[in-house]
Every structure is written in structure tokens, then in C-alpha cells.
Design a binder for this molecule. Structure first.
Ligand SMILES: [Zn+2]
Length: 140
């Protein structure tokens, strides 16, 4: 009975499909800020609980929203942003891992990051993405 009432209430709402990636991120950030807030007092604690409140209010708003295309757009934008952050950290990790065999240089035209063999001297490099030719100096 109650289960059916909830199902009827959620019908046509974004939350009926469960959590998306943005929903999971909001839940996690809210939970972590609440947990960390337990170890602080005063202003820091209040700020962290405020972060939690904002995350959970936004999460509930999204779950109950009937404007599904807008919520999907928000989730897509978040996924795109999250992918960029993840790629940035993967690049930093690879830079450290390959520091003895490779150098990473940015293309001056399209900003693509190129992985080049670490060979001493001055080299001309052609960017595989945009075709721009530029010189790279390896001093190590
Ligand atoms: Zn390029």
C-alpha cells in the first residue's frame, strides 16, 4: 500500500530512476562534509554542515523534479567536468610514472598534451591532433 503510494508519487519524477552520477556525488560530498564536521567546532563545523544541507536540499530537489531534460543536462555537464578532473589527475600520475622515459609537452596551437620520448636535444614535433609543427628542447 505505502509502496504503491510512493511509486505513484515518484511517477514522472527524475528520482524514480535512482541516483545518477551527480546525485551520487552530492550524496557523497554531503556525507563526507557532515562526517568531517564532527571533528571540528565553531565556524568550520557550521560551514561543513551548511555544505551538507545545501548538497542534500539540491539532491532532494533533483530527485523530486519533474523537469527530466534539465536534470539530465545537469548530470551530463557534471560528468563532463568530472571526466576533465579525472584526466588531469591521470596525466599527473603518468607524468611521474614515465618521468625517466618520456616528456609531456603541450601543443601551442590546440593545447593537446603530447607524450614524447625523452631524448636529449632539440626536436621538431608534429601534433597528431592539429598538425602543428613546433620545436621541443630536452635538456635532460
Ligand atoms: Zn595541436
Amino acid at each position: 500500500m505505502i509502496r504503491r503510494k510512493i511509486a505513484q508519487f515518484m511517477w514522472g519524477r527524475y528520482g524514480a530512476r535512482g541516483f545518477d552520477k551527480l546525485g551520487t556525488a552530492l550524496f557523497t560530498v554531503g556525507f563526507v562534509s557532515c562526517f568531517v564536521g564532527l571533528f571540528f567546532r565553531g565556524t568550520v563545523s557550521r560551514i561543513l554542515f551548511g555544505v551538507q544541507a545545501v548538497c542534500y536540499i539540491y539532491l532532494i530537489f533533483r530527485l523530486l523534479s519533474k523537469n527530466i531534460p534539465a536534470r539530465q543536462k545537469e548530470n551530463a555537464a557534471f560528468c563532463n567536468f568530472f571526466k576533465k578532473v579525472k584526466n588531469f589527475f591521470k596525466l599527473q600520475k603518468d607524468r611521474v610514472k614515465d618521468r625517466k622515459t618520456s616528456v609531456y609537452k603541450k601543443c601551442p596551437k590546440c593545447s593537446a598534451v603530447l607524450k614524447l620520448p625523452a631524448i636529449k636535444g632539440e626536436h621538431t614535433v608534429k601534433c597528431p591532433r592539429c598538425g602543428e609543427r613546433f620545436t621541443v628542447k630536452n635538456i635532460f
